[in-house]
Design a protein around this ligand. Structure first.
Ligand code: TXA
Ligand code: MG
Length: 356
């Protein structure tokens, strides 16, 4: 089959479409599908040639391992060398859901999935379309987020299609992803368990099931090299240049208004990512093609997570030059959101001092 241009279909994920997806997967082709976190770009996780296609299509660095997606806890046995005791309550309580667990890998897992490493990442997604696709495929599905490498993860079928059209045969449409940021990656191969990538499940939430849980230091400290390969790459980047502002709401609002005036005087098209409360306070004029996206209330970080990637992609679509965004306090889910925002902004974070 020619690899140059494939007709990409986008189908609502009803049983017939899911069966078609499963057939593609069994034939070694790629299918994009919805999960509760972000859309995934799936291939038969036990077929090295199919998995190699994921890396090629995404332009993903070869040393960044993939997550195997399963539909039953019983599938874990064959994929890992051992299941540590602490894994059971996590799997039983939090799967299916936005939690990826790292185990020692078995010989059944192809090296290309784990980027040659001896550990494997496994997750059971809760989105019914994902679960049914995996079940019908009869194999664990290796899947990274369905964006081209470097871009924000897609959280709806249209954004997925925009990245992958012409490259894969099928995008299954399962609506907008409920969570909107990727799963929490938890390493169980050492004690205490360590969060390598923060996600919907926070350190506090995992603490309910584990005696002790660490947060990889790179997540909270600048300049520490992350232990998860994927965390070190340029990521989630919109085309626009982005700055994230933190500090007391009033001071942040003032600073953002000043910045936007300066940028507009330079002829730049400015996009704003603002909390609802502040957006009302700021009385932004809607001239000069400014674009304003709400990220929910300051007190509602779930909405902020849910909308983040879709807003960044919409800014690109609308031709925004510069994004000015309000950041979240780094606490709980705010840690996971800021982990993404800092990468989107290539580290341009401004702490606005309060003035008396
Ligand atoms: O929510 C999600 O996890 C989404 C959906 C599609 O399931 N998937 C996703 O995959 O975000 P990806 O490939 O974009 O991110 C996987 C992350 C990367 O940071 C990768 O380095 C890390 O998991 N990872 C995978 N296998 C690993 C391993 N064996 N050890 C450490 N980190 C691993
Ligand atoms: Mg990704």
């Amino acid at each position: 089959m020619s690899r140059e241009w494939i007709d990409t279909r986008i189908l609502f994920g009803d049983p017939e479409a899911i069966e078609e997806g499963a057939q593609w997967i069994r034939q070694g082709e790629l299918v994009a599908f919805p999960t509760e976190t972000v859309y995934g770009l799936g291939a038969d996780g036990l077929n090295p040639a199919a998995v190699a296609e994921i890396f090629r299509v995404k332009g993903r660095p070869q040393d960044n391992p993939l997550i195997l997606h399963i539909s039953e806890i019983a599938q874990v046995d064959a994929l890992v060398r051992e299941i540590p005791q602490v894994a059971y309550s996590l799997m039983e309580s939090l799967w299916p859901g936005p939690l990826t667990l790292i185990f020692k890998k078995s010989d059944q897992v192809p090296d290309i999935v784990t980027a040659g490493g001896d550990t494997v990442a496994i997750r059971m997604p809760s989105h019914p379309t994902a679960r049914e696709l995996i079940r019908r495929s009869g194999t664990p599905i290796a899947a990274p987020s369905a964006n081209l490498s470097g871009k924000p993860s897609p959280t709806n079928a249209q954004d997925t299609y925009r990245d992958l059209k012409g490259r894969i045969p099928l995008v299954l449409d399962g609506g907008a992803c409920e969570i909107g940021i990727e799963s929490t990656v938890l390493d169980l191969t050492e004690s205490p368990a360590t969060i390598l990538r923060p996600g919907y499940f926070t350190q506090e939430m995992l603490g309910v099931y584990l005696e002790e849980v660490n947060l990889d230091q790179s997540i909270v400290k600048d300049g520490v090299i992350p232990r998860s390969p994927g965390q070190k790459y340029r990521h989630y980047a919109p085309k626009a240049e982005m700055t994230v502002f933190l500090g007391a709401p009033k001071s942040v609002q003032k600073k953002i208004l000043m910045e936007s005036e300066r940028l507009q005087a330079l002829g730049k098209k400015v996009g704003f990512l603002l909390f609802e409360e502040d957006r009302e306070n700021m009385h932004l004029s809607t001239n000069a093609g400014q674009v304003v996206f709400g990220q929910g209330s300051r007190k509602d970080l779930r909405t902020m997570a849910h909308r983040l990637f879709a807003s960044l992609r919409a800014m690109d679509f609308l031709g925004v030059d510069v994004i000015l965004a309000e950041g979240a306090e780094e606490e709980g889910l705010g840690i996971s959101i800021m982990n993404r925002m800092k990468k989107s902004a290539s580290g341009h974070v401004v702490w606005v001092e309060e003035r008396g």
